[in-house]
Design a protein around this ligand. Structure first.
Ligand code: ATP
Length: 364
């Protein structure tokens, strides 16, 4: 296991006209389980392939425990990588596929058998161990690939690129918890690529959020949820994502744009626009507050009108308009609010943040 450090790593597929990965400096700590989370096309696979050596970055260096491996091919890096679509030796049995990485490194027979059976038991592959891989359905094939990636203890890192894409959704939950169990046992450095926030949040010690070729924030799941540093993290994590309400700072007061007259936030909030004790310069900002923390009630607050209610069973989502800007609040099930009702919104200061140019710059 090794600390994997990227120093100023960037990649362009078209000679520098566009950048799939913008200059990135980041260290993956040995033994941690990471999720690399971001939308399709944001550069996750590019980043992974640079770590494994399938791709040489256009710029920057890759270091394994301080050793520069930038020019070292995959075979010299001791990385296990599992791809989005199953790649197996189809004529081999499941057992032989799982044993392959260990046999390749001439591990003792007993160790091979023990590891194959451990992984097979954890991933529920015992009933098909003797079966040829091509006779399995795609979901099972993908689980075999996952097992093959996890079977060796002594790798620098295990890279999993959307490893459960073709697995039945119900089985995914079980497999993720098995994966955690295997991780606890092996202490692998794991990097799990996904565009699915649930997968990322339920699996990882640390979630690294990528957008448009750059890491925008990394942290524990609760930190990303409660304290997003960038509007993108607010939107992308949470369901629904964070509300973003246009506002204006003038004379130290945060005034919600488009709201009825008098919709400056209450006095306490007027002291608001302070980031690290500094007064924020006047100008436009956006107030970000998660639906879970928007409070609905009578004045004081920001006047709004209810535009709809989604009854979700376990909770309600109350949609409101501040001027023309939508805000959604998550409330207990069975709320009495109906479309058309006038309501005031309150944002608890410790849960409402100010963003400028998409980056968090202060709080209410
Ligand atoms: P997905 O979740 O869809 O796999 P991703 O986040 O892994 O996406 P990448 O596959 O790393 O993203 O792609 C990043 C950008 O680089 C995208 O704009 C993609 O179109 C482009 N790209 C990826 N591979 C190549 C390639 N071989 N040649 C040219 N452009 C590429």
């Amino acid at each position: 296991m090794a600390d994997i450090r990227l120093e100023g790593v960037a990649h362009s597929y078209d000679g520098g006209r566009t950048w799939a990965l913008r200059p990135t400096t980041w260290t993956w700590r040995s033994g941690r389980a990471y999720a690399l989370l971001g939308p399709s096309g944001c550069g996750k696979t590019t980043l992974l392939n640079i770590i494994s050596g399938l791709l040489t970055p256009t710029e920057g260096r890759v270091l394994f425990d301080g050793r520069d491996v930038t020019g070292v091919p995959t075979a010299g890096r001791d990385i296990a990588q599992v791809f989005q679509f199953p790649v197996l030796y189809e004529e081999m049995s499941v057992y032989d596929n799982l044993a392959f990485p260990l046999r390749n490194r001439r591990r003792p027979k007993q160790e091979i058998d023990r590891r194959v059976r451990e992984v097979s038991r954890l991933l529920g592959l015992d009933p098909v161990l003797g079966r040829r891989s091509r006779r399995l359905d795609p979901g099972r094939q993908q689980i075999v690939c996952l097992g093959r990636g996890l079977v060796r203890h002594e790798v620098a890192a295990v890279l999993l690129d959307e490893p459960l894409t073709v697995v039945d959704p119900a089985l995914k939950w079980t497999l993720r918890s098995k994966l955690k169990e295997i991780h606890r046992d092996t202490g692998h450095t794991l990097i799990y690529v996904t565009h699915d926030q649930t997968e990322a949040l339920t699996f990882a010690d640390e979630v690294v959020v990528v957008n448009e070729g750059a890491i925008v924030q990394a942290g524990e799941p609760a930190e990303l949820f409660l304290s997003p540093a960038h509007e993108f993290v607010g939107h992308f994590i949470g369901s629904p994502g964070m509300n973003m309400l246009p506002a204006e700072i003038a004379g130290g007061v945060v005034r919600v744009a488009g709201a009825d007259a008098g919709a400056a936030l209450p006095d306490t909030a007027a002291q608001a626009a302070l980031a690290d004790g500094e007064k924020l310069p006047p100008g436009p900002v956006r107030i970000g507050v998660r639906p879970e923390f928007v409070e609905l009630g009578a004045a004081p607050g920001v006047p709004a009108r209810v535009s709809g209610v989604d009854r979700m069973g376990a909770y309600d989502l109350v949609h409101a308009l501040v001027g023309e800007h939508p805000v959604v609040a998550r409330t207990e099930a069975g709320t009495a609010y109906e479309p058309g009702a006038a309501v005031c919104l309150r944002f608890p200061p410790e849960r409402a943040f100010l963003f400028r140019d998409q980056v968090r710059c202060g709080s209410l």
